[in-house]
Structure formats: structure tokens, C-alpha cells
Design a protein around this ligand. Structure first.
Ligand SMILES: [Cu+2]
Length: 570
């Protein structure tokens, strides 16, 4: 309701007035969701930068120990900086990768994606269509899935196994996280059987939905509400499949195919109290902010990802003719420096974790947390253009771990499915040799940290007093991984990655006109208008590769091995 009120506010005063009116009258969580979603989508707020969510609703981003220390600080009026630890203990191997699932920037990225591509988005009501929403759903979660496996390898853990409805849920989880209102997030012990959840779904309903979807993949088509045949055996099929699996209002037949992903999140989130006997609040899996804290999130998404793969594998592999870019060859790829990851300490305000009144003074309360980061680097790519004219090219860069957890080298076909997207950009290639340099800071996949609330307030006040303009352009969209998070974690002795660069014909790839070298675009974004690249996400690694010589044999493709190092001290 509030989203609609804001979205249909036709001028700034109405929008801001409604926001101010409802802020003090609505449930806080509902208000935050509606205002963030409306600011993302309304044309009136295109240039509005909202503070980072981890400062607005810190309960959903840090553990209960830190929150309690914050309450104490406020009550005793003692300024404090709380060091927050990752959830769990060393006895739980999963804790080795908790830095990933609990990364406040990655969590913000996940929330932001769901704000930009809401499953409830109704074109008729909201006045425009969100381009490739279902495919983006697949791709953003596929990238989280494969990236998590790479992180696990760096910590000597096996890749995630998919979730099975008819088997036990191996990993339990004690969230150590609390709601601002409503107590602690419920826990789940190891090895519990899936239970039916009252008012949500039965386990066998989930198996039936899965089998209907897999049946459609095997047939190559979905059946619409009216019995129509909706083919998915083409490049666009993944978009429809994503709409069905999530499901969103774009699903052609939710009555029949259900809402596998959304229902699975609630099913899994309620396993601590499936029959509502203990009146426990929703689980971490039921909020975008907290979902990835639970290792079961990745099992759930591996399960979904394998269904997507079944579809992608049903498509004909790309041929040499599909892949070639006549006259263009990639001669070499190098990096400006050693690729290195490390952990940095990051501080953010917890002042919103505690209530305030006019009678009690605010005291500075903040948390510090370790975040994965890496040194900046530059890709140097040599490309020869033997055409006698300039050509526009799309450059696509991916990387995948070279070895599996048993140190067996991944086959090309396995590796390419695990490929982590590093960058995608356009470049004009002049005749002869071209030396392309591309900084990791420019990656289309990443965004900078949104400044803290305090910095935003200070900057706004400064602009007001001096009458100068406020420049926050680089934060207009916070959709993307944090820019410190582009590289997966390395190892002390170096972790081997296979890096591939594919340069394709930018003119045929373009979905919009006027692409040029400095076209910047938000990779996961472009909700408003067409996504500029016509090729499927992950192209050309999205389809199965039966014979790798077809792809490695084209001159516009090149691969190199590189090591990523991790240093503990920095
Ligand atoms: Cu998600």
C-alpha cells in the first residue's frame, strides 16, 4: 500500500510529504521496505541516495551479542565500538565461510537486487515492464552459488550439496541474531527431517511442483493458464523459467507451477517451529537481509541452480559460427600486479539499533566487522583487429577455480558452469593491435560503498550552508557486489584460477543503439528500459560445451591461469 502511495505521488512535495507522514505511523520494517523500493523505482527519486541498510536496520546485519552491547551502551550512556564476530564456533566447519554469508555489503547487494526486481511487480499497475527479470533472478543467484563454492575451496571445504526435500537437512543453524521487536531468530539443529509447514506447504507439494517444472524443461515448454504452449527451448527460455521458479507475477501459470523458490524459503525458514506451536518469529531465510547467514540458503539455491542447469543443458551448444568474430583475435591477457585478498576492519554505526527519546542523549555506538577485500588491479588485454575498419567489441571476462576440492582439474564444461563473472564492457577496436587496460574498479559488476548516514548528513548540510551542489552520482544505484568483493578469496600459497576473455561483435550484441566505449551500465540493473547486451547472462559459457575445442579454438577467445593470494596481515 505504501509503495503504491509513493510510486503514484506525482511531485516531490507529495512524495516527501507522504514519506514523512507514514514514517511515524507505520511498522518500521514495512516502512523501510516501501521507501527503499519506491526510491529505487520512482522517477522523482532518481538522484536520491539513501543510507546503507546495515545502518538503518542493523539488527538484520549483525549478531545479537553486538546488539545487546549497543543497548547497554545506550542505557549507561557510554560510547562504545563493538567488535562483532561471525556466528558460530570453530567446531562448525561452516563457520570458516561465515565471512561470506554474513558480509554486510553482500547482504545489501542481495536486498538491493530484490528491491530492483520485485517478485510482486505488476506491469499493468506499475506502468512498465522489467526487462529480463526472470533471467536476472537466475543469474544473480547463480553467481552467489558458484562464488560461495569458490570461497569454500579457499577454506578447504567441499562444494555445497543441493537440498533434498526427502532427505534430512544436514546443517543446523543458530543465527545469534535478533529482531528489533519479536525476539530471536529461531534455530534449527543438525540433521532434521523436513516437516510440512502449517499454512505454507506440505513437503510432497514441493516435490510435485519440482516435478512439474522439470517436466516442462524436458518437454521444452510450459503450459499457460489457458492451455497455451510457451516454448522455452531458446535463448529467452531462461527468462520464463526464472519467472516460474521464483515465482513472480510474470510467471505464466503460478496456479500450476507454484512458487518453488519463495515457498522453499518459507518452508526452510519455519523448520524450527513448523506447526507454530512456539509462536516463533520467521526464520533468517525469510528476509533478504539475513537469508545468506544460514548455510541452508546455499543448499536451497544449489538445488534451484541445478534445475536451471537442466534447462541450459537442453539447449544446443554454440557453434564455431555463433562464436566467431571475424578478423578479431585476443593475443594476450596479463594483470598489472599480484592478485591479493585480505580482511579489513570496517566500522559502521549502530545508533539505529537502539531506540531514542528526546530526554536521553545519543551516544556514539558503532560496530567493527572484518570484510573481505582485495588490492586493485588492471586487466591488460591485447586484441588484434585485422579488419580494415574500426569495430565495436563486447569484452567479457570470467574466472573459475582451476581445481576441485580433491585437486582434480575441472573439465572445461564443469569449470565454465562455475565461472564467476568479472566484468563486461564495450570497446572500439581500431585496425591493428589494441592494448586494452581495464581497472578492476570499473567492473560493471560492482558498486562503491554507500557513504554512512553521518557522512550523507554532513555533506548535505555542507552543501546547504555553502550553496554548492551535492555530488553523489556514483551512489545513485547501489545494485551490485561491493567493489572490494570482486575477487574471490585466495590462499596463502596462491589459489589457481582459470581466467577467460571473450571478445564478441558489439554491434550484433547490442540491444540498444549508441553504445560506445564509455557506456557504463549497472550490470544487474537497467530495470527501466532494455538491458543493453542482447546475449544471455553468462554468454558464451551459459550453454554446455561438449567439445571445448569449439570455443577455445576461436581466435576471439583466450584463457590464462592466474593465482590469487590471501594475506592475513596487511
Ligand atoms: Cu535472493
Amino acid at each position: 500500500m505504501l509503495y503504491d502511495v509513493l510510486e503514484h505521488s506525482t511531485d516531490w512535495d507529495t512524495f516527501a510529504g507522504n514519506a514523512a507522514f507514514f514514517r511515524v505511523r507505520m511498522n518500521e520494517g514495512e516502512f523501510v521496505y516501501a521507501i527503499y523500493a519506491a526510491v529505487v523505482h520512482s522517477h522523482l527519486t532518481e538522484h536520491v541516495v539513501l543510507p546503507p541498510l546495515y545502518e538503518v536496520t542493523p539488527h538484520l546485519f549483525t549478531n545479537s551479542e553486538a546488539i545487546q552491547a549497543a543497548y547497554k551502551a545506550k542505557m549507561t550512556q557510554t560510547a562504545v565500538t563493538i567488535k562483532s564476530q561471525f556466528t558460530g564456533s570453530k567446531s562448525n566447519p561452516e563457520q570458516r565461510v561465515a565471512y561470506f554469508g554474513e558480509d554486510i555489503g553482500m547482504n545489501t547487494h542481495h536486498v538491493t537486487w530484490h528491491l530492483e526486481f520485485p517478485f510482486w511487480w505488476d506491469d499493468a499497475h506499475e506502468d512498465h515492464h522489467i526487462d529480463r527479470k526472470g533471467e536476472s533472478f537466475f543469474w544473480v543467484h547463480h553467481q552467489l552459488t558458484v562464488r560461495f563454492d569458490a570461497e569454500r575451496l579457499s577454506k578447504y571445504l567441499d562444494p555445497v550439496d543441493e537440498l533434498h526435500w526427502d532427505n534430512v537437512i544436514y546443517e543446523g543453524f543458530a543465527p545469534h541474531t535478533m529482531y528489533k521487536y519479536g525476539g530471536y531468530f529461531p534455530s534449527r539443529p543438525d540433521n532434521v527431517n523436513f516437516e510440512d509447514v502449517d499454512g505454507v506447504a506440505r513437503v510432497r507439494d514441493m516435490l510435485i511442483l519440482e516435478s512439474r517444472i522439470r517436466d516442462a524443461i524436458a518437454h521444452g515448454y510450459f503450459t499457460g493458464r489457458d492451455g497455451s504452449v510457451i516454448s522455452i527451448r531458446d535463448a529467452h527460455g531462461i527468462d520464463i523459467l526464472g519467472d516460474v521458479i521464483e515465482s513472480s507475477t510474470y510467471s505464466p501459470n503460478p496456479e500450476y507451477y507454484g512458487s518453488l523458490h519463495n515457498t522453499a524459503h518459507v518452508m526452510l525458514g519455519r523448520q524450527g517451529d513448523p506447526h507454530g506451536k512456539f509462536a516463533l518469529p520467521p526464520g533468517v531465510l525469510e528476509h533478504f537481509e539475513t537469508a545468506t547467514r544460514d548455510p541452508a540458503f546455499f543448499r536451497l539455491h544449489k538445488y534451484m541452480d541445478n534445475i536451471f542447469r537442466e534447462h541450459k543443458d537442453s539447449l544446443t551448444p554454440y557453434t564455431k559460427e555463433d562464436l566467431e568474430f571475424s578478423g578479431v583475435s585476443v593475443e594476450g591477457i596479463t594483470f598489472s600486479n599480484r592478485l591479493e585478498t585480505h580482511f579489513e576492519e570496517f566500522e559502521y554505526s549502530l545508533v539505529n539499533a537502539v531506540d531514542d527519546t528526546t530526554e536521553v542523549k545519543d551516544v556514539p555506538i558503532s560496530a567493527t566487522v572484518d570484510r573481505l577485500t582485495h588490492n586493485d588491479f588492471t586487466h591488460k588485454i591485447d586484441v588484434a583487429n585485422n579488419n580494415d575498419h574500426e569495430v565495436l567489441a563486447t569484452v567479457r571476462i570470467f574466472a573459475w577455480p582451476k581445481y576441485d576440492n580433491n585437486h582434480v582439474e575441472f573439465s572445461f564444461n564443469e569449470g565454465r558452469w562455475n565461472a564467476i563473472e568479472m566484468d563486461k564492457f564495450w570497446v572500439k577496436l581500431g585496425g591493428g593491435s589494441n592494448h586494452i587496460t581495464r581497472s578492476s574498479k570499473l567492473s560493471a559488476l560492482t558498486v562503491p560503498d554507500v557513504p554512512s548516514s553521518q557522512t550523507l548528513i554532513d555533506k548535505a548540510n555542507e552543501a546547504l550552508t555553502s550553496g554548492s551542489e551535492l555530488h553523489l552520482e556514483e551512489y545513485h544505484s547501489s545494485l551490485g557486489l561491493p567493489n572490494r568483493f570482486l575477487l574471490p578469496k585466495g590462499k596463502t600459497e596462491g589459489m589457481d584460477f582459470h581466467v577467460v576473455v571473450f571478445v564478441s561483435d558489439g554491434a550484433t550484441d547490442a540491444a540498444v543503439s549508441g553504445l560506445h566505449e564509455s557506456t557504463t551500465f549497472n550490470h544487474y540493473g537497467c530495470y527501466d528500459g532494455n538491458y543493453p547486451d542482447k546475449k544471455p547472462h553468462g554468454y558464451p559459457l551459459d550453454r554446455r560445451v561438449d567439445d571445448e575445442r569449439i570455443i577455445t579454438g576461436v581466435s576471439n577467445f583466450k584463457a590464462v591461469d592466474v593465482k590469487v593470494y590471501h594475506t592475513e596481515e596487511h
